[in-house]
Design a protein around this ligand. Structure first.
Ligand SMILES: [Zn+2]
Length: 141
């Protein structure tokens, strides 16, 4: 995910996800098994409005990377949709929905809400990196 840059540091206590968005993410994660899946979440404040499913060019069960083209497109879409990138989703097909040490490194450069889905127990969890990784609430509506 080199080349991503921070446009704003968001200080969120929770993220609001509709049932249909949640379904899109969990189905994506299940369909991409055994590999990690990823998606970009666009929204307004702390409400997710649009989900853009991206391709994991690693095709890996333990890593995900967006292509430089997709990274560029992510920013173009932001302008096009007129809403900000607020979160990054990826799945952990074989582990808990907890950020790995690699995730933490990426979180430092991409200060969005990180939503992780566990293929093991189907947990969906959200995190932000402050001085430490903090879990925040996912509010469904
Ligand atoms: Zn991860």
């Amino acid at each position: 995910m080199d080349g991503w840059h921070c446009c704003c540091r968001i200080d969120l206590q929770k993220i609001i996800l509709s049932n249909s968005h949640k379904k899109i993410l969990t189905e994506l994660a299940e369909n991409e098994k055994p590999n990690e899946s990823c998606a970009i979440l666009y929204g307004d404040g702390n409400t997710v409005k649009e989900i853009w499913i991206t391709e994991n060019i690693e095709n890996s069960p333990i890593e995900f990377t967006l292509s430089p083209e997709q990274t560029l497109e992510m920013h173009e879409k932001q302008k096009e949709l007129g809403i900000d990138v607020i979160g990054i989703f990826h799945s952990h097909p074989n582990s808990q929905a907890v950020p790995s040490s690699t995730d933490r490194k990426f979180m430092e450069n991409n200060p969005y809400v990180w939503i992780i889905y566990s293929g093991v127990n189907k947990d969906l969890k959200a995190y932000v990196l402050e001085s430490e990784i903090k879990e925040i609430q996912i509010e469904e509506k």
